[in-house]
Design a protein around this ligand. Structure first.
Ligand SMILES: Cc1cc2nc3c(=O)[nH]c(=O)nc-3n(C[C@H](O)[C@H](O)[C@H](O)COP(=O)(O)O)c2cc1C
Length: 366
């Protein structure tokens, strides 16, 4: 039998790399590991698609070589199906199995998955019970605070999961309706940590080491988790052990090139592989351009504010901060082709950047 203690021993004190559809691709997890991540979670995996033997879904449950702690996140709402899927991913070396109770996307909530399942604590308890009976590794849930601000059910939901035997609770401190519009509510996360007898992992807006250390000190959480922070600055994991990194543009490019290497060796350097790498790389570049360092006055940017880099220290840093398509495509192509990034395209005439809203509030975010 697994216990809360064993989940605690897997994750205690860690900054965990959150489950992210597309973002938690295997080469990106390898990059985060090289930069110090020691607990990582798969993308959301739909239990039914595993049952249907979909190859793409099986790719998501693959553990990366040398991955120190690897959790697999499942989405499903049928106890038997979830128990079957849990046994399968346990046999593929998952260290713990998480249940997605937060995915906000209509396509999934209409099927009763993700945040829609989070509205049914009784059903969640039965699912956890069934999974616990099927596996030895810890079973956890990842919840939001509720469907919307006037329908908060986080304490009831967390307790139902624990009643069913859950070994830990991940909490993204926002409602489904809020998406990313408000800062995460860490007081509510602390309330859950005080209310349940299992480890709680808090999640929301962690971007710099002080965010991590403050939350570890004040929330009662066993560990803290980051999603967009890892996408924007995968070196955040190194910062947890070594402190804030005043990283140069050149050092950033070295990290980005390393991702290309890892991605090419994972997907292959033939036409098909390069096409996949380009697709993922272009997507990642859309997050990498959001990085801004500590401000000149010593204050810290937060996830909630969209900062403009006022005084780039070099032309390369200015290029990496551009969010226009020609620049993002250029950076992608140069990284993929091993080019030197020294001849960026002209800055297009100013026009509203409609994609910016998309990145602030990614529709695909669980
Ligand atoms: C691109 C992207 C994909 C995500 N996919 C998932 C997912 O598959 N499963 C899940 O539980 N959460 C998913 N999330 C939500 C994150 O795990 C996390 O709960 C949320 O982004 C809040 O953390 P942050 O403020 O550090 O970004 C995703 C988030 C992003 C940005």
């Amino acid at each position: 039998m697994s216990t809360g203690t064993s989940f605690s021993s897997l994750v205690s004190g860690a900054l965990i790399a959150a489950p992210m559809t597309k973002g938690s691709n295997l080469p990106f997890r390898l990059l985060c590991m090289e930069l110090g991540a020691r607990v990582l979670i798969s993308e959301m995996v739909v239990a039914r698609r595993l049952k249907q033997r979909k190859r793409g879904e099986f790719a998501l449950i693959r553990r990366a070589p040398g991955e120190p702690v690897f959790g697999v996140q499942l989405a499903g709402n049928k106890p038997e199906e979830m128990a079957w899927a849990a046994a399968l991913v346990e046999s593929r070396q998952a260290d713990f199995i998480d249940i997605n109770l937060g995915c906000p996307i209509d396509h999934f909530t209409r099927m009763g998955l993700g945040a829609a399942l989070g509205r049914q604590p009784g059903r969640v308890r039965r699912i956890v019970e069934a999974m616990k009976a099927a596996v030895k590794v810890p079973v956890t849930v990842k919840i939001r605070l509720g469907w919307k601000a006037d329908q908060l059910n986080y304490l009831e939901l967390a307790k139902a999961a624990v009643d069913g035997g859950a070994d830990g609770v991940f909490v993204h401190g926002r409602t489904r309706e809020a998406r990313y519009r408000h800062p995460a509510d860490w007081a509510a996360i602390a309330e859950i940590a005080a209310a349940v007898p299992v480890p709680v992992v808090g999640n929301g807006d962690v971007l710099f080491p002080h965010d991590f250390h403050d939350h570890m000190a004040h929330s009662g959480c066993t560990a803290v988790m980051t999603a967009r922070g890892a996408l924007i600055k995968p070196w955040i994991f190194r910062e947890i052990s070594e402190g804030y990194w005043e990283i140069t543009a050149e050092e950033r490019v070295t990290i980005y090139r390393r991702y290309v290497e890892l991605a090419l060796s994972h997907w292959g350097g033939d036409d098909y592989g390069r096409e996949r790498v380009r697709d993922f790389l272009r997507w990642h570049v859309g997050f990498w351009c959001r990085y801004v360092p500590r401000r000149a006055d010593g204050s810290w940017p937060t996830m909630q504010q969209r900062e403009v880099l006022e005084h780039p220290r070099s032309p390369l840093e200015a290029l990496l901060a551009r969010t226009d398509d020609p620049a993002l495509d250029y950076v992608t192509d140069q990284l993929l082709g091993g080019g030197d990034l020294s001849a960026p395209p002209p800055v297009p005439e100013a026009r509203p950047d409609t994609r910016r809203d998309m990145r602030d509030d990614p529709v695909e975010a669980g």
